[in-house]
Ligand binder design. Structure first.
Ligand code: G3P
Length: 216
């Protein structure tokens, strides 16, 4: 699976978010690769009305619908059509207790959970929370030119030995070879942002990267 995080990039906000999601859907249909888009919460509804691929949220708060202001409730995400959520992205870090609460709330509202971490030590604790997927990213590699697979290969193998939930890896992934190597090592998929969002030709780049799943 290829998870495309839109972050708060201008190129992936509002009308642009819709355009990228439509391209992702087209390529997912063409190649049969599961491409999941992760826009800002303000764009989920319009995207979900227009495309059939999965749309996940970047964050959620551990609350039920009630007298709360300024939160992102899992119920609201479910209502607008989100089917999954990122938890503890390195750009939105949380304490372990907070991660655990969010996993519970996401499950309560039927949202698939991808709990991310940049710490090989934290991985075992996250594994016990029973998320659907565990994500491993290195903050310092995000949006850079060196991919996680180039520098973290042995660590990723160690992590795979410690967990019994599928692993998604991310940070600095931009090339087809990065994805092929990630899958070879045992990852279930990749999560990426800048390699696609900042590409000169987004459609060409998504297609190129999706093909990696076929060549693996
Ligand atoms: O969530 C994906 C992410 O943090 C990786 O970002 O730009 O290195 O692909 P990027």
């Amino acid at each position: 699976m290829l998870i495309l995080n839109f972050k708060t990039y201008k190129e992936a906000t509002g009308k642009n978010a819709l355009i990228i999601a439509q391209i992702a859907e087209k390529i997912s249909e063409q190649t049969g690769v599961n491409i999941i888009v992760v826009p800002q919460p303000t764009d989920i509804y319009q995207i979900k009305r227009a495309v059939g691929i999965e749309v996940w949220a970047q964050y959620l708060d551990p609350i039920d619908p009630d007298r709360h202001t300024g939160f992102i409730s899992p119920y609201a995400l479910q209502q607008v059509g989100a089917t999954g959520v990122l938890i503890n992205h390195s750009e939105k870090k949380l304490a372990l207790k907070e991660i655990e609460k969010r996993v519970k709330y996401a499950k309560k509202y039927g949202l698939t959970t991808l709990v991310l971490t940049d710490s090989a030590e934290e991985v075992e604790k996250i594994n016990l929370m029973e998320p659907d997927y565990i994500g491993y990213e290195k903050e310092e590699l995000i949006a850079g030119d060196v991919s996680i697979i180039e520098v973290e290969g042995p660590n990723i193998e160690n992590i795979l030995d410690k967990i019994d939930h599928p692993l998604i890896i991310g940070s600095g992934i931009k090339e087809k070879e990065d994805i092929i190597e990630s899958l070879k090592i045992g990852a279930k998929g990749v999560i990426l942002a800048s390699g696609i969002i900042k590409a000169q030709d987004v459609e060409e780049k998504i297609l190129e990267l999706a093909k990696a799943f076929k060549e693996f």
